[in-house]
Design a binder for this molecule. Structure first.
Ligand code: THU
Length: 133
């Protein structure tokens, strides 16, 4: 099995634990840190709809809470949609911790890899650093 397929399967497992009674859209994500460790996340909705959390943000937060600071890959899937792309806010969370690539499942069921730089060109970075644009 390819690594991409493995990550999407793990993200699907996370989606099975989605708390999404308001949208009925289950989303699962897996983060692979530079250390090689993997962290799962799923969307966590709220009766105050705007307080809902995306699967990717939960997975990234879980990785950071475990002590990771550099992340490499995020895989995201929804069993309720042919293909799901991360929302803009989650893309910005990915920029913060150096995510390089995003793995999605295309409408044909095959893994699709997208560089984060393509999904969010020029994402905002720490303005105090000389390298910031
Ligand atoms: N959602 C995610 O978990 N990730 C995304 O990238 C897009 C949207 C969730 C949030 C909410 O629980 C549901 O999908 C509908 O917006």
């Amino acid at each position: 099995m390819t690594e991409e397929r493995e990550l999407l399967d793990e993200a699907r497992e996370a989606a099975s634990r989605s708390y999404s009674p308001y949208s009925d859209l289950r989303v699962g994500a897996v983060v692979v840190a530079k250390s090689g460790a993997r962290y799962q996340g799923t969307n966590v909705e709220n009766a105050a709809y705007g307080s809902s959390l995306c699967a990717e943000a939960v997975a990234i937060g879980t990785a950071i809470a475990a002590g990771e600071r550099e992340l490499e890959t995020v895989a995201v899937i929804s069993p309720d949609l042919p293909a799901i792309y991360p929302c803009g806010e989650c893309r910005q969370h990915m920029v913060e911790f150096g995510v390089q690539r995003v793995i999605l499942e295309g409408a044909d069921g095959e893994p699709v890899e997208q560089p984060l730089e393509v999904l969010l060109p020029g994402g905002f970075t720490d303005w105090r650093q000389p390298t910031a644009q």
